[in-house]
Each structure stands twice: as structure tokens, then as C-alpha cells.
Write a protein that binds this ligand. Sequence first.
Ligand SMILES: [Zn+2]
Length: 267
Amino acid sequence: MLKTKQYDEITQIMMGRELGGTVLYWTSAYLVDGLLIDTGCAYTASELITYLEGRKVDQVVNTHHHEDHIGANALIRKEHNPEIYAHPSALPLINKRLPLREYQEMAWGYPEPSTVQAVPERIITTHHEFAVLETPGHSSDHISLFEAKKGWLFSGDLFVSEQYKALRADENIEMIIASLEKILALPPETITLFTSIGRVFPNGKKAIRNFLDYLHGLRQEIARLAATSMTAVEIRDRIFGRESQLAALTGEHFAVLNLVEQLMPEE
Ligand SMILES: [Zn+2]
């Protein structure tokens, strides 16, 4: 399924595999001034191509190599022949078929491998200029695009919500914090955050500060409990009651325990 929403001159393209009449998980791509940011998953690739028919797509940027961000790369290359860019370390990952976990195969499927180029420092479109920021943490190859004049930040999967609880096993919370602090240091006070999960935060810096405050408080609480010799599992249950349902759905790939373990004080 595909649906769109307009924010100023930016089109948000929400895509997700429909199973039994419901969409399992929505991923958003964004189209602005001939620049397409991410391409959704394999299951929605042909719907995206239909939507893009007659529209200008000169350049594509993948925020990172995950399968729900590169799924239509190969088809778009055939139809529109744009330059497709990603972080240099993502190129060998996008160019081959990576193994997927069961939940990933069900929700997003295997993207057709595609050859993409190393992203330059800036993406220039007819009316805009986007700085490419390295924002690792969700994945090591993660980038965000920042349009300084407009204050638009396309943050991919770096930022999900102000109270994020479950972390992917391969995410690095310290790197996520450092990347978010980098965004807070950007000059404009008002930044609109366009996320891949679909939420758009008109005051992105405020949302990021709320998240960092939440993490700070959580870290303190975890340290306090760890000092009483509680284990990470016991601390998780004390603070959150129980593990997130996401853990069962994703074979423990997304879990609250991952977040607690990463915030535990060093031994
Ligand atoms: Zn991702």
C-alpha cells in the first residue's frame, strides 16, 4: 500500500506491505525537487514506480542499507535512470543480497541488489542544497540530509520517538546520542524532522532534547539499580514491567533488554 502526504513542497510517500487488509509497518520516503530520499521495501517497489510515473526523479539517496530503504532502487534506475547515492560503506551491502531475519522477510522482503555511488558532501537540486551528515548509530552507514535554509532534516531511522524503548541488537546507543547531539548543534533553532517511520516533528530539536533527557534519566535509574547488584533483566522488568512485544515479533532483534544492557554502567 502507498499513500502520500504533502508538507510544504515535500511529498511524504508512506509505503508498507499489506497483509490481510492491514499494513504491517509503514516506511516513509520523501520526494522533494527531484530528489527521492529512500525507496521503501521490495514489496512496495512497483507501487512506488507507478506513483513516480511522470514525476521528476533526478537523484536518489538511501539513508542507509536496510532493506526497507533500498527496495525500489533497481526498478527506479530502470525507469528514471537517476544517480543513486549512499554512504561509501553501504555500497557493498546494497550491491548484494543480504540475509534477512524471518520478520524482515515477512515485512519487507529481499531488495533486488543495485549499484549505487558514494554520496557527495552536498546534494544540489534545482532549488535546494542538502548537506549530507554522517549520523551513525542505527547503522554505521547511516546518513541524514539537511537543507539549512528551510531547516529540513531527513533523519532516516536515526530518530523514532521521544521515548524510544526497544533497541535493535546491532544499534549503538552511544553513537545515536552523538549523532543527535550533532543535529542539536546545527545553527537553526527550528528544524523540521522528517523520519522514516513516518512521524514529522515540526520542532525537531525539542523532540531530540526530550529523547536525550529521557535517556539520561533512564541511564541514571539503571546505574542506581545496577549498584544494588541487579542484573540487566531484573532492571528491565523493574523499570518497564516486561519485555516489549516487538521482541517476540522480531526474534529478540528489537528488545528493551538491548537498550538496558547498553545503558548499564561499565563494570
Ligand atoms: Zn533501518
